[in-house]
Design a protein around this ligand. Structure first.
Ligand code: UDX
Length: 420
C-alpha cells in the first residue's frame, strides 16, 4: 500500500519504517526541516534501537517531505503528531487539528477513496468530533462514504518501539464503515496477534485505559513500596510474590521514583481532565498522579538522612533519561530531583549515556561527567535511571541512594533503596 505519515516523532517514524519493512511505500510529512533531512539520509530523527538498520535496509521504500501534496499519491494517511498537555492538564489538539485541516485540503483534490487513520493518542470523541468535521469542511466530502476514517492506537514503548511494532500484544482498530475496516485489516494482515475491531471512541478509550492502568500499577507498587520501606520489607520480593498470581502478572511492578516519559503523565492528566469535563471526579487517577509526584522527593529525603545539609556537597546523579535505552528526558524523574538539589545548593555532577545533550538544554548550570566512574567520586550518588552499564560500576565504599534498583549498587558502604 502507499502510506503517508503526518508527524515523524517516535510513533510516526517507527510505524512508517515498520510498514516500509513490510513492503509498503511510505512518505513522511513533517514541518521540521531537520527531521526531513535526517530521514532522507536514512538517519533516525530520534534514538530508537534497531531503527537505523531498518532505515538503511528499506532506503528506497520511504521518503520525507514538508509537502502535504504527497498525500495525493497515497491510499492511506496516518496522523501521528504529538498531543501535548495544556497547562490545566487537558489535551492540546492543535497539531491534530492542523494535520486534519491540511489532509482535508488535499482530499478535496483527490479522486477515489482515501483512508485517514488517527494514531496520535486522543481523548475519546476526538476523531469523530474534531478530526472528522475538520476534514469534511476542508474537503467538502463525507466521512465513512467518500473517505475512510479510523482510530488505531499505538502501544509502542520508547526504546523498544521497533520490536513492539513487529510483535504487538494486540492491534486495536476503531472504525465505523466496512470499507475502512477492510483497508486496515489488509494493512495489518501480516500480523498474527489478536486484532480487536471496535467503534472509534472505544479504540480511543482503550489506549487511555491501558496507559492509565499501567501507571496505576506503578503507583500502586510505589505506595506499597513506601510502606515496605518503613517496615524494613523489600518491595521487590513482595511483588515477585504478588505477580505470580496469574490474575495479576509480574510486569510493571518495579517500585522506585515513579514514571516519566511522554505518555503516562500526559495521558493520565488528559483522562482526568476529560472525566471532569463530563462530570466525573476520577479519585483513583488523581491518586496515581499524587503518588508519582511524591516519589522523587523520597530519594532526596533518604539522601538527607545521610547528609543533612547538602549545601556545597558534591552529589552524583546517575541517569537523566526517563528510562534506559532512550535519550528522552520528557517528564524524567531526574528533573524534579535536580531542581531540588539545586534548591539545596548541592554541587551536581550528572551522567547519562544518551540523554546529557537534552538535559543540558534544561540545566546548563550543572556539571556533566564524561564517564559514570567520575560521578562515583561525589560525596553521595543518586541512581535515577537503571541503565545496564550502571550494573558494571564499582560502588564499594560509596554512599548510594537508589531510585531504580541497580543490584550491584548494594555493595556500597551505605546503600538505600527508595522502596526496599
Ligand atoms: C508507555 C507505554 O508502555 C506504551 O505502551 C505507550 O504506547 C507509551 O507509553 P513509554 O513511555 O515508552 O511507554 O515507557 P514505559 O517503558 O512504559 O515506562 C514509562 C515510565 O514508567 C518510565 O519512567 C519507567 O521508568 C517507569 N516504570 C515502568 C516504573 O517506574 N516501573 C515499572 O515497573 C515500569
Amino acid at each position: 500500500m502507499k502510506i503517508s505519515i503526518v508527524g515523524s516523532g517516535y510513533v510516526g517514524i517507527t510505524t512508517g519504517v515498520g510498514f516500509a519493512e513490510l513492503g509498503n511505500d511510505v512518505t513522511f510529512i513533517d514541518v521540521d526541516e531537520n527531521k526531513i533531512k535526517a530521514i532522507n539520509s536514512a538517519k533516525p530523527p530520534i534514538f530508537e534501537k534497531g531503527l537505523e538498520e531498518l532505515m538503511n535496509k528499506n532506503r528506497d521504500k520511504y521518503k520525507a517531505t514538508n509537502n502535504y501534496e504527497s498525500i495525493l499519491d497515497t491510499d492511506i494517511t496516518f496522523i501521528c503528531v504529538g498531543t501535548p498537555s495544556k497547562d490545566d492538564g487537558s489535551i492540546d489538539l492543535s497539531f491534530v487539528e492542523s494535520a486534519a485541516r491540511e489532509i482535508g485540503k488535499m482530499l478535496k483534490r483527490k479522486d477515489g477513496f482515501h483512508t485517514v487513520v488517527v494514531k496520535s493518542t486522543v481523548v475519546p470523541g476526538t476523531t469523530e468530533e474534531v478530526v472528522k468535521p475538520l476534514i469534511e469542511k476542508e474537503s467538502g466530502k463525507r466521512a465513512f462514504e467518500d473517505f475512510g476514517l479510523a482510530m488505531n492506537p499505538e502501544f509502542l514503548r520508547e526504546g523498544s518501539a521497533v520490536d513492539d511494532f513487529f510483535n504487538p500484544d494486540r492491534i486495536v482498530i476503531g472504525v465505523k464503515d466496512d470499507k475502512t475496516r477492510e483497508v486496515l485489516e489488509m494493512l495489518y494482515s501480516p500480523f498474527n496477534c489478536p486484532k480487536l475491531v471496535t467503534d472509534i471512541k472505544t479504540a480511543e478509550m482503550i489506549k487511555y485505559a491501558s496507559n492509565a492502568f499501567l501507571a496505576t500499577k506503578i503507583s500502586f507498587a510505589n505506595e506499597i513500596g513506601n510502606i515496605c520501606k518503613k517496615l524494613g520489607i523489600d518491595a521487590y520480593e513482595v511483588f515477585k510474590g504478588v505477580g505470580l498470581d496469574h490474575r495479576i502478572n509480574p510486569a510493571f511492578f518495579r517500585a522506585g521514583i515513579g514514571f516519566g516519559g511522554s505518555c503516562f503523565p500526559k495521558d493520565v492528566k488528559a483522562l482526568i481532565a476529560k472525566a471532569r469535563d463530563v462530570g466525573e471526579e476520577p479519585k483513583l487517577l488523581k491518586a496515581v498522579m499524587d503518588v508519582n509526584e511524591g516519589q522523587p522527593m523520597r530519594l532526596i529525603e533518604l539522601l538527607k538522612k545521610h547528609i543533612p545539609n547538602l549545601r556545597g556537597k558534591k552529589v552524583g546523579v546517575l541517569g537523566l533519561a526517563f528510562k534506559p535505552d532512550t535519550d528522552d528526558i520528557r517528564e524524567s524523574r531526574a528533573i524534579p530531583i535536580v531542581e531540588e538539589l539545586l534548591k539545596e545548593q548541592a554541587e551536581i555532577l550528572a551522567y547519562d549515556p544518551k540523554a546529557m545533550d537534552n538535559f543540558k538544554q534544561l540545566f546548563p548550570q550543572i556539571r556533566y561527567a564524561e564517564t559514570p566512574n567520575e560521578v562515583l567520586n561525589a560525596d553521595a550518588v543518586l541512581i535515577v535511571t537503571e541503565w545496564k552499564e550502571f550494573e558494571q560500576l564499582d560502588y564499594k565504599g560509596k554512599i548510594v541512594i537508589d531510585g531504580r534498583r541497580v543490584e550491584k549498587a548494594r555493595e556500597a558502604a551505605i546503600y538505600e533503596g527508595v522502596c526496599w
